[in-house]
Write a protein that binds this ligand. Structure first.
Ligand SMILES: Cc1cc2nc3c(=O)[nH]c(=O)nc-3n(C[C@H](O)[C@H](O)[C@H](O)COP(=O)(O)OP(=O)(O)OC[C@H]3O[C@@H](n4cnc5c(N)ncnc54)[C@H](O)[C@@H]3O)c2cc1C
Length: 423
């Protein structure tokens, strides 16, 4: 096989706007501009590319798959993620393509109400949107020039000198950059260049999920429900402007599966798991023709995310259980924080800038990881003291305020200022 050497050129938008008609790596070197290579074209990698571009940096995304795509399922964008997407200029897309939660409620498996997620007075303030994962990916992709996205690029190796980093891809091509972002998901290739891989810890649960037409069960716009029973729970909310209904059934299982996004699930097995639950749940499951299925794993927080010019972002940095719906939201926060800090760096100060990024993001993401674990146990609780559990669920806006009110961009600015650099 012929070895192909690709030298991608990084041109800062601002430099072009200001008429510096120079391209390629000489541009970066000449003016001290930071060249960023992102490995992984999932929600985290693309959000990073959008945020970096918005901050005047040019970033290239290298994705192993022949095309960028997401599974047919939903994702909830919580207030902290929505805030960052608005800063990225994507507020209209979220509103138009998403489906805002209007009256989220916890119910027992028999349908009786446990509690609304928040008091009525909070309803206008708290913005959560269900989105089709493909819509979220596409709206990010639409903000990135086609020639900055490189499918069919499976990264197989990383190395660095004091001055720059080098990525090697499966086809033998290479790319140099000042900063490399490992946004390559839970089975990250780049993680091992930063820290020994953390081991997956099976949660003992598997999740089935998929989409059905909302009209098939006459689902009301914006209705979100979380039904809790011993050892399992069932989550449902609309996406794609309320036209589709996203469901996730979490059940305990002794089977150890690989952490996977796309294993086909058995709809009949799913129906059996929730037989006898509230008729609303059974009616939804009657509509299911196909679904995805995968094991849920947890990992201990990493002790470091950064080595020189390489840092991690999204699931590569902080894989978490989905029980506070934060994996993608945290990846989006990472993206904005990273861009906010790198925009204030030059090529020589990248390693220090990445340390600042890690300092601001790692403790917060670790706290969210822990909270995901606690919440999963709470949802699937089967102890006698259910009244206490139910009381704990009665005010999500109070209990999740530290997460929902978090402003990743402001935190990043503050961390940069605290690092001793002038704004
Ligand atoms: C059941 C369930 C429900 C969830 N619900 C929510 C929710 O409601 N809200 C929320 O915020 N989060 C949720 N999450 C979590 C969220 O989906 C993930 O945290 C998020 O998608 C991670 O994005 P990422 O870009 O970091 O990683 P990924 O989406 O895994 O993307 C990584 C990309 O890197 C590519 N890649 C991997 N290796 C290489 C390589 N060597 N070279 C090049 N490319 C490579 C992959 O092909 C992939 O495209 C949920 C998760 C589960 C399991």
């Amino acid at each position: 096989m012929t070895s192909l050497v690709v030298r991608h050129h990084f041109v800062n938008e601002a430099s072009l706007r200001e008429g510096w008609n120079v391209g390629g790596q000489a541009c970066g070197r000449l003016f001290g501009l930071v060249r960023v290579a992102i490995v992984g074209g999932g929600i985290g990698g693309l959000a990073a590319a959008v945020a970096l571009r918005q901050n005047g940096l040019e970033a290239h995304v290298y994705e192993q798959a022949p095309q960028l795509k997401e599974v047919g399922a939903g994702v909830a964008l919580h207030p902290n993620g929505v805030r960052m997407l608005r800063r990225l200029g994507l507020g209209d897309e979220v509103q138009n393509l998403g489906a805002r939660w209007l009256d989220p409620q916890f119910h027992r498996f028999d349908g009786s109400l446990i509690a609304p997620w928040w008091p009525p007075a909070e309803a206008d303030r708290i913005e959560i949107y269900g989105m089709h994962r493909a819509d979220l990916l596409q709206m990010l992709l639409d903000r990135i020039p086609t020639d900055s996205v490189h499918p069919n690029h499976r990264c197989v190796a990383f190395s660095q000198s004091t001055h720059e980093a080098l990525l090697t891809f499966e086809d033998g091509s290479t790319v140099t950059a000042d900063a490399v972002v490992g946004a390559d998901g839970i089975h990250s290739t780049l993680q091992r260049y930063v820290t020994p891989p953390s081991h997956p810890i099976p949660s003992g649960s598997v999740a089935y999920r998929g989409l059905i037409p909302s009209a098939s069960v006459a689902w009301k716009d914006g209705r979100m429900r979380n039904y809790l029973g011993p050892g399992k729970h069932f989550l449902v909310f609309p996406v794609r402007a309320n036209t589709l209904l996203n469901y996730v059934g979490f059940v305990q299982s002794g089977e150890l599966t690989r952490e996977s996004w796309s294993a086909p699930g058995d709809p009949d097995a799913l129906r059996r798991e929730f037989a006898g639950w509230d008729p609303t749940v059974e009616a939804i499951l009657q509509q299911v023709e196909s679904c995805f299925w995968w094991g849920l794993y947890d990992r201990e927080p990493l002790t470091t995310w950064t080595a020189g010019r390489l840092t991690l972002l999204g699931d590569a940095a902080h894989p978490m259980l989905p029980h506070v719906g934060q994996g993608a939201n945290q990846a989006i926060e990472d993206a904005v924080a990273l861009a906010t800090i790198l925009a204030r760096a030059d090529a020589s100060s990248v390693p220090a800038a990445l340390q600042t990024y890690e300092r601001v993001r790692r403790p917060h993401a670790a706290r969210v990881q822990g909270s995901s674990r606690t919440n999963g146990a709470r949802y699937d609780f089967s102890e006698p003291d259910l009244a206490r559990r139910d009381a704990q669920l009665s005010n999500q806006s109070r209990d999740r305020a530290w997460m929902w009110d978090y402003d990743a961009e402001a935190e990043a600015r503050a961390a940069f200022a605290a690092s001793g650099h002038a704004e």
